[in-house]
Structure formats: C-alpha cells, structure tokens
Ligand binder design. Sequence first.
Ligand code: PLP
Ligand code: COI
Length: 338
Amino acid sequence: MNPDWKNIGFGYSKTDYNVRATFKDGKWSELEVTSSEYLTIHMAATCLHYGQEAFEGLKAYMGKDGQIRVFRWDENAKRMQSSARGIKMAEVPTELFHEAVIKAVSLNKKFVPPYGTGASLYIRPLLFGSGPEVGVKPAKEYTFLVFVTPVGPYFKEGFKPGNIMISRDFDRAAPHGTGNIKVGGNYAASLISLEKAHDLGYGTVLYLDSKERKYIDECGPANFFAIKGNSYITPESDSILPSITNKSLQALAADMGMKVEKRHIPVGELSEFDEAGACGTAAVISPIGKIVDPDTNTIYTFCKDGLPGPISTKLYHHLVDIQYGDEADKFGWVEIVK
Ligand code: PLP
Ligand code: COI
C-alpha cells in the first residue's frame, strides 16, 4: 500500500478492520472486530424507515515522533449521546465509545497517513436502530460501529480561500428540530442545496436561520466563524451542530487574547468582517474567499489578495500543531494511542 498521501481527497477507502457492538435486552455487547465492510440488517430496522441514525467524525494524526494522536474523542462521545437522546436511541457509554475508537485506530495503524502529508485518519462512529418496528416508535435494538479511513482535505482548496453561496430556498434543519444533533436526516435535507451550489461552482452552502432567514447559521458540514478586529465571532443558534473544532478555536482565540463572541450574526454584518471561515473536523479551517448572496446580488469578499487572513492562519497552525503533536497540548485535548 503506497497511496499518494499528499493528494488523497476526502473519501472512503477500505481499511483492515472495523469494530461493532449491539444493544439488546437493555445492555451493550462486547466489541466485535471484523474485516467485513457490510452489515446484515433487518428489513424493518428503524434506521431504514424512520431515520434512527446518528454518526460522529473525529481524526487520528501521525506525529513527527511516530506517535498517533486522537483529538478530543470525549467530546464526540458526549455529542453522540446527545444525538441518541434526541432521536430516542440507546446511548453508547463513554467507555465503550473510547474502547471502540482506540481499537479501530490501533488495528488500522498502517492506514494512518505519514506526518507531513497533511492527511489524517478519519474515524467514523455510527449508531443506528437495528431492531424491527413498523409503527413509528424507537427500536429496541441498536448497533454501534466504528470504521476508519485515511483522508485529505474536505474542500478541494484545502487551506486556501474557497467561495460559498447563501441558500434561502432550503433549510437543513427546522427551528426546534434536529439541527443541533448529528443525525443523518439533516444531511439528507442538505443534499439538494449542496448540489445546486456545487453546480454553480461553489464549495458549499451558507444556511441562514430557518425561522427568519436573517442570521447566519451553518456552513454546509461545518460551523461558520468570522474575525472582526480582535474578535472571533461565531453564530449562536439552536439549530447548528455544536462543533468541537469551533469550540477548540474559541479556546485558542481566547488564549491569543482575542474576544470571543457567540451571538446572532445578521447577514448584512458579513460586509464588516476582516476574515471568514468554515470549521469542522473534515473542514479543519477552510478560509472563505467570497460569500455570494444570489437573492440580493451581493458579494461579500474576504482574502482580497487570495490568501487566508492572518488570524485564521494563526488559529489554523495552532490547531493542527496541537493535533499533530508539534505544539504542547496545554488544553489536554489529545490522547496518544498506545
Ligand atoms: N456542522 C455540521 C453540520 C457538521 O456536519 C460538522 C461536522 O462534524 C460540523 C459542523 C463540525 O463539527 P466538528 O468540529 O465537531 O467536526
Ligand atoms: C466532520 O467534519 O466530521 C463531518 O462529519 C463532516 C461531513 C463529512 C459530514
């Protein structure tokens, strides 16, 4: 196996093993290790009919010292528990989540991309209702699995400014809906607007709050942040996914002496920002070059010289340096896989 690590994209490729557990009669089984990429599933499983499904995304990084580091898995464990509660699934205990993540990485060490390539090992935990029901009700049985796959940048530009488009025709989540948990239905709801944006040459969609369409919500599969003077500004909303990357950037920004503002961001305020970006596990920091509002024919331009802004660049380096072990892990975010 000798992939072109520096040029791999964000996609699925087969690794050696994945790990699985099942919830039955009120308790979780031991983890099972398998090489199969397939599942045998009951045709009446609730995930297939009623969308009882949630997933997570985190990464493992190969350091210069040859050690593999997993970033903030405990936050993903908590978020998966919150997703489970949100759609009435059995929660995966933190210890089981941890064991599964570490085992899936350890068993697939040879797929962790080498240090210096910019690639990493994406870890995808998945939880779904696997028990049969025909009436609309929660399943009695659940399956939890974790697979891994080596990935490069999510947006083809990587750490270079990309352009995005405001969507007013579609919402990814309803007010008081499931936007704040990581369930598959939110992503299904985003597909038409995403494809529309891609067809028009944009990297992703900037969603507005679905109640009033006045405020910035989310940026495709990533959170939105902006820099204005010495402030790091990010939306406050009940319908966006609480991003672990965003939470980490807020801590780094505060540590750099910046003011962190979590609040409503009216669309018109975009013209006042010095820098803007999308952030997430897959997106890392993806700087935004232009935001186009097709309904008002407005173009908000950042990165006028075609380069990421200085604050986004500094935040990006702090974050990835901690993830790859090049900077001291002073917040205790990283676990080294033994
Ligand atoms: N928002 C959405 C809709 C996402 O799918 C993701 C990815 O997980 C994020 C934000 C970023 O969250 P995180 O930084 O925890 O990966
Ligand atoms: C992530 O950033 O981990 C995501 O889940 C984004 C996307 C691939 C769904």
